[in-house]
Design a protein around this ligand. Structure first.
Ligand code: ADP
Length: 441
């Protein structure tokens, strides 16, 4: 490269030398040295201006440079510009083909992808699937607010709240009521959202089939179980002493099955519900009931203490909340050895909500199980759960009831020291207690 540059400059030098020799020497011979110098310099300057004008014109109108054929400083400049122009063009072509490939990939995705600005939810780009799933129209909806295209109130609220943490599941498609959609919001650059909409009709259908199956099987099992249970109750162990151990075991097992069926039916009922009745739940009476239940189950084997540190009540379904709290209290009694302590406390939370905490000094739960114990039939120790009359469905019911109250379950546990199950309700579920409730308490 350096050699070529040197050659260009050498050529320029020789050319200048030639011009000056051809013009200045004859002029000097004729006694007009300075006139010769002036003519030669003017010619060199004019020629340089022509070359400069040529380059400037190409740059101004973005014309292509051709590979220069000659040698010299101007030719080198043109060669360099030609080379840069070619590199830029190639880079641009490469970028364009990459961009086209990305667009092509995004456009042919089976899920709808919509890019919108965060401030006004205005649509900047969408793919073909968005036309099919959400009913968007190109070019009509470019630049329109997405909330004008999809007006489902739940979707609009969810979008305005910017819920990137939680996808919105099982929404009807604006184009077809029988199609179910899931929405997911992803931050995209600093000022944009990427909305991904997926057709989950099949998934929701399978989920419904599963729910119906469980509900139907449980329902079908209920009647034969009641009959078996009834006949077993008629048999008196005293009449057939040889059968006594068998009869006791059969009764125990049939009771267990009945409880499983009842719990499965409760779960099916909760799953089918979108909302629960919203009533004022008197927490003073709730705590009193929980205490009675804990005492009845413990039969004096544990110390049960209650602490009510708030003046708030809950807004929700008394029946379902009682079922959830009662499950937690029952577990605390069942998984705490004799002589242990069980505490039930109700407290305010810093954000104006309230929490109900059930703590025990029982077996505790190893940390690797904590993430899964609210799954159906998940047990830390199957034998211990069965021996204490568990179905493996209690915490699953708790989870569903809490979800219907937008509450969360926090679990802290240490093996050998005990566990704390805390149910936290947001301020929207808190109600000031009336004087009547206080009097009852
Ligand atoms: P189960 O009917 O078996 O008690 P749950 O869904 O209520 O079913 O609980 C799931 C599992 O979580 C239980 O089998 C038990 O191993 C564990 N567990 C629940 N509560 C406690 C507790 N207070 N202390 C220790 N382990 C618990």
């Amino acid at each position: 490269m350096r050699l070529i540059a040197a050659r260009h400059w050498r050529h320029t030098f020789y050319r200048l030398l030639l011009v000056y020799t051809l013009v200045v020497v004859p002029a000097a011979v004729a006694g007009e040295l300075w006139m010769g110098v002036a003519i030669a310099s003017t010619a060199v300057a004019a020629w340089s201006l022509v070359r400069l004008a040529h380059i400037v014109e190409r740059l101004r109108y973005q014309r292509r440079f051709t590979p220069p054929e000659g040698w010299g400083a101007w030719s080198e400049l043109e060669a360099l510009l030609y080379q840069r122009q070619r590199e830029t063009r190639m880079r641009k072509r490469r970028l364009l083909s990459m961009l086209r490939a990305y667009r092509e990939a995004a456009a042919s995705l089976p899920d709808a992808v919509i890019v919108m600005d965060r401030a006004h939810l205005r649509v900047r780009w969408f793919n073909e699937a968005a036309q099919r799933l959400v009913g968007m129209n190109y070019p009509r909806d470019m630049g329109a607010a997405f909330t004008h295209v999809v007006r489902t109130p739940k979707v609009v609220d969810w979008l305005r709240a910017g819920r990137t943490d939680e996808p919105l599941m099982d929404m009807p498609a604006p184009v077809d009521d029988t199609m179910r959609l899931s929405y997911r919001l992803i931050p995209y650059f600093d000022d944009q959202w990427l909305l991904v909409v997926r057709d989950v009709t099949k998934l929701m259908h399978l989920e419904q089939v599963r729910r119906d199956f469980v509900a139907n099987v449980s329902h079908e099992l209920r009647t034969p179980l009641t009959v078996v249970h009834g006949y077993l109750d008629l048999l008196e162990p005293e009449e057939k002493p040889d059968w006594a151990p068998m009869l006791t075991e059969m009764r125990h097992q049939s009771q267990r099955m009945t409880q499983i069926v009842e719990d499965l039916l409760t779960l099916s009922r909760l799953e089918a519900q979108e909302r629960l009745p919203e009533e004022s739940v008197s927490m003073a009476s709730m705590l009193a009931t929980l205490r009675r239940e804990a005492d009845a189950l413990s039969q004096g084997r544990h110390t049960v203490s209650i602490s009510d540190e708030t003046s708030l009540d809950l807004c929700g379904s008394t029946k379902e909340l009682h079922s959830a709290f009662s499950n937690l209290v029952t577990n605390a009694v069942r998984y705490t050895p004799n002589g242990g302590r069980i505490g039930i406390s109700l407290r305010d939370t810093p954000d104006g909500g309230l929490s109900l905490e059930v703590s025990d000094t029982g077996n505790g739960i190893p940390p690797q199980h904590l993430g899964r114990i609210t799954e159906r039939f998940y047990r830390v120790s199957t034998s211990r759960s069965r021996d204490s009359g568990g179905t493996g469905l209690g915490l699953s019911i708790v989870k569903h009831v809490l979800a219907l109250h937008q509450a969360r379950l926090e679990i802290e546990s240490e093996v050998g020291f005990g566990s704390t199950f805390r149910v936290v309700f947001g301020p929207e579920r808190a109600l000031e207690r009336s004087e009547h409730d206080d009097a009852l308490a």
